[in-house]
Ligand binder design. Structure first.
Ligand code: S3P
Length: 174
């Protein structure tokens, strides 16, 4: 029945974690937040990891974790916003699940994104968010199996994600 992972991809601040966590709970599915898992494994925050070991180490940890996840029970997985920029990561996701792009308009992201937890964006501020958005948007669109329009707020986003997962995986009974 539920035999494929659901990988949520998209910009920082697009709602991957909030929608993923709530939807997985509603559908009683396992949930993995990749950033949180990396923090737990490393025993430090992502900000600390970037400062101590550099972004490259974080990116290696990200790929290792993706491979690890494919050996675990299927789950709803919130990926880090930059994960799709490594083709190897996309390959792993494609081979092991469905990729859903959480598509939130740049203006909305700029309106409420929290930069303090996001070391690669924090230093340069909102202009960096905008730059990264335009660097990545074509990739998000190109790799997605499904695009979820997350421009109508949290509750609409959760309902939309739930609907997609139910339809795709036949979870009507839950
Ligand atoms: C990153 C996004 C973060 C986190 C790390 C790098 C990025 O995840 O993985 O700070 O490069 O966009 P979120 O998308 O949850 O903010």
């Amino acid at each position: 029945m539920f035999d494929r992972n659901i990988f949520l991809v998209g910009m920082p601040g697009s709602g991957k974690s909030s929608l993923g966590k709530k939807t997985a709970a509603n559908l009683r599915l396992p949930y993995v937040d990749m950033d949180k898992r990396i923090q737990d494994i490393m025993g430090m925050t992502i900000v600390e990891m970037f400062a101590q070991y550099g972004e490259d180490s974080f990116r290696v940890a990200e790929t290792n974790l993706l491979m690890q996840i494919t050996r675990e029970p299927t789950a709803v997985i919130s990926t880090g916003g930059g994960s799709v920029m490594n083709p190897q990561n996309v390959k792993i996701m494609k081979a092991n699940g469905l990729i859903i792009f959480i598509d939130r308009p740049l203006e909305q992201i700029l309106g409420d994104i929290k930069l303090d937890r996001r070391p690669n964006l924090a230093a340069k501020g909102l202009s960096e968010v905008e730059k990264v958005y335009y660097e990545r948007i074509d990739t998000y669109r190109a790799i997605a199996d499904i695009t979820l329009d997350n421009s109508n707020g949290y509750y609409a986003g959760v309902a939309a994600l739930e609907r997609i997962i139910r339809l795709r995986f036949g979870l009507y009974a839950i």
